[in-house]
Design a protein around this ligand. Structure first.
Ligand code: PHE
Length: 340
């Protein structure tokens, strides 16, 4: 009976190192089974006196209890980790069962181009505004200093709506008037949107297209501000390595007016089919806001000056993506759209 302690120690060592519920069962049999170590000792108690039996009985029972408890504890641990193990092995991957492979959409190349250009002007401090597509003569022409006999007013160029009172805006410039009628300088805003012209469509013309209008009005705005904002835009959009230039032009609502060119990004200015051998590509119209326009919105034209510009979105997108037919943008042919 002196080695009961030793037996319990051995048993607990075996319990700790048992790696499965099964091997734990055999440890149990080894000590507590019919012919187990502890059982054998219990059976041999008849050889002892009543006094001794009491002592030895208590000793063996607590040994039995200790081993039993340790086994139960270890069994709990092993069976939960065995379940875990089993779950890992038998895991079923349902993800493929639900993969219908929906095609992923994306922005239309025109929307994407508007977004890219807007982001550059946003970084230069311009906010974005919207204007209506149905306008009156005042917003589209009169407030923008168009003389009464200006050819753009002709029904040949403008879509008038029933009764001739309203028209579809022929440019985003009426957006300038709405902004200035509704707020005081300083103003720094872009107005992207759809415009309409009454003309036959071909590879480079469409009766519906998009423009981004720009307007900055404040005290002391000069042509330098126009040049620096638009040069920053062009460098950002077309590339830092390309030259830009301004050519004199005419718009009724700006004075002086200019058109801006960027060095052809296909041939880097050498002259190619895209730039028609000139080495330059026209990218926008611009100018200093005409004082008659400032007067039309009741701004003090002695106090404030401003610059404005208009970017043709399709033109820019065609150049950027190397397209030769504007109509591709409106046909919604997925074979075309999926390329962007
Ligand atoms: N509205 C002009 C056009 O449609 C572009 C423009 C806008 C020019 C602003 C100068 C200033 O051609």
């Amino acid at each position: 009976m002196n080695n009961v302690e030793e037996i319990v120690k051995q048993a607990s060592e075996k319990i700790k190192t048992a790696n499965s519920v099964e091997s734990l069962e055999s440890v149990k049999t080894e000590y507590l089974g019919k012919n187990g170590e502890i059982t054998k000792l219990l059976k041999s108690m008849s050889d002892y006196s009543v006094e001794e039996k009491k002592k030895i009985g208590a000793l063996l029972n607590s040994a039995k209890k200790e081993i039993d408890e340790e086994i139960i504890k270890r069994k709990g641990f092993l069976s939960s980790s065995e379940i875990e193990e089993k779950m890992k092995k038998e895991k079923i991957d349902f993800s493929s069962a639900f993969s219908f492979n929906f095609p992923k959409g994306h922005f239309h190349p025109i929307s994407q181009t508007i977004e890219d250009i807007s982001a550059i002007f946003k970084s230069l401090g311009f906010e974005t505004a919207q204007g209506p597509e149905i306008e009156t003569d005042w917003y589209n022409f009169e407030a923008l200093n168009h003389p009464a006999d200006h050819p753009a007013r002709d029904i040949q160029d403008t879509f008038y709506l029933e009764g001739m009172k309203n028209l579809l805006r022929t440019h985003t410039s009426p957006g300038q008037i709405h902004v200035m009628e509704n707020q005081q300088p300083p103003i720094k805003v872009i107005v992207p949107g759809r415009v309409y012209r009454n003309e036959a469509s071909d590879a480079s013309h469409s009766s519906t297209f998009h423009q981004i209008e720009g307007l900055s009005v404040d005290k002391n705005i000069t042509f330098i501000d126009l040049k620096s904002a638009l040069t920053l835009y062009a460098r950002n959009f077309f590339g830092n390595d390309l030259e830009t230039r301004f050519r004199p032009s005419y718009f009724p609502f700006t004075e002086p007016s200019a058109e801006m060119d960027v060095q052809c990004f296909f041939c880097k200015g050498k002259g190619c089919g895209v730039c028609k051998g000139t080495g330059w590509i026209e990218i926008l119209g611009c100018g200093m806001v005409h004082h008659n326009v400032l007067k039309a919105v009741k701004y003090d034209s002695e106090k404030y000056t401003g610059f404005a510009f208009g970017i043709g979105v399709e033109r820019i997108a065609m150049l950027k993506y190397g397209l030769d037919d504007i109509r591709l943008f409106y046909e919604n042919d997925l074979r075309f759209l999926k390329q962007f």
